[in-house]
Design a protein around this ligand. Structure first.
Ligand code: AP5
Ligand code: MG
Length: 228
């Protein structure tokens, strides 16, 4: 019995070592900040990312944009993705992660940092990302009421030359539902690296808090390098 316990403990230790080694290797490959941008549909993720790109020159990867590019390509896969997105549900993580992985790999040599917009949307997505791509330094969660999010999307749709296929009231409601089902689990899981920002305010006021958080990440990374 005692022998079995020792064996199990040794196996667990070996598995943990292997996992830590995989994560260490992944971090060495992507050696710039990685920031997850979270929040419901229309909360302002894309808007804040554009401002971060302008100030810091980071690479903005929106899971929604990558999926829409695949849809626009007219491929069979694109047609399947379109059906899920038009229903307001979540595309399989295999598809999303593979698109993100490809985009990170293409950009990583020249990137100053990555903004991963709209990902993770469920607990397992975060785990898969950190195992297969790299650990995230920070998650910014833009908190916003449903009414505000609906108003913002409808206003965006009204002003757009080409309206997004999922920017209609029925799909917006379904997107909100999907968001509500999954978000608290992500926030609980990543409580240590998540900053919640009130996104009901003016774009520039929100951005000052975003900048403070990014400066903090950059300082932490500098200290880590200095201590090596
Ligand atoms: P995605 O494209 O990510 O859409 P979303 O999450 O619904 O969010 P939006 O892009 O609509 O809004 P946003 O938060 O970027 O707001 P924006 O800055 O544009 O995903 C689409 C679909 O793809 C999903 O439903 C799913 O099917 C699939 N998908 C994506 N990721 C996935 C994943 N990880 N796993 C599985 N499936 C996935 O702002 C909106 C409007 O508000 C703009 O007009 C803007 O000017 C305005 N605005 C912004 N901030 C403010 C402010 N502070 N004050 C006033 N107006 C503001
Ligand atoms: Mg967006």
């Amino acid at each position: 019995m005692l022998f079995m316990c020792h064996q199990m403990a040794a196996k667990k230790e070996a598995q943990e070592k292997l996992k830590a080694e995989q994560l260490r290797k992944a971090r060495a490959v992507v050696d710039v900040p990685i920031i997850w941008i979270l929040g419901g549909p229309g909360c302002g993720k894309g808007t804040q990312c554009a401002k971060i790109v302008e100030k810091y020159g980071f690479t903005h990867l929106s899971s929604g944009d990558l999926l829409r590019e695949e849809v626009a390509s007219g491929s069979d896969k694109g047609r399947e993705l379109q059906a899920v997105m038009s229903s307001g549900g979540l595309v399989s993580n295999q598809e999303v992660l593979s698109l993100l992985n490809g985009a990170v790999s293409r950009a990583k040599g020249n990137s100053k940092g990555f903004l991963i917009d709209g990902y993770p949307r469920e607990k397992n997505q975060g785990i898969a990302f950190e195992e297969q791509i790299a650990p995230a330094d920070l998650a910014l969660y833009f908190e916003c009421s449903e009414d505000t999010m609906v108003q913002r999307i409808l206003a965006r749709a009204a002003a757009a030359a080409v309206k997004r296929a999922d920017d209609n009231e029925a799909t917006i409601r379904s997107r909100l539902q999907t968001f509500k089902q999954n978000t608290s689990a992500i926030l609980e899981q990543y409580v240590d690296k998540t900053l919640t920002i009130n996104a009901e305010r003016d774009v520039d006021v929100i951005f000052t808090e975003v900048v403070d958080a990014i400066e903090c990440v950059l300082k932490k990374r500098q200290k880590a390098v200095a201590s090596c």
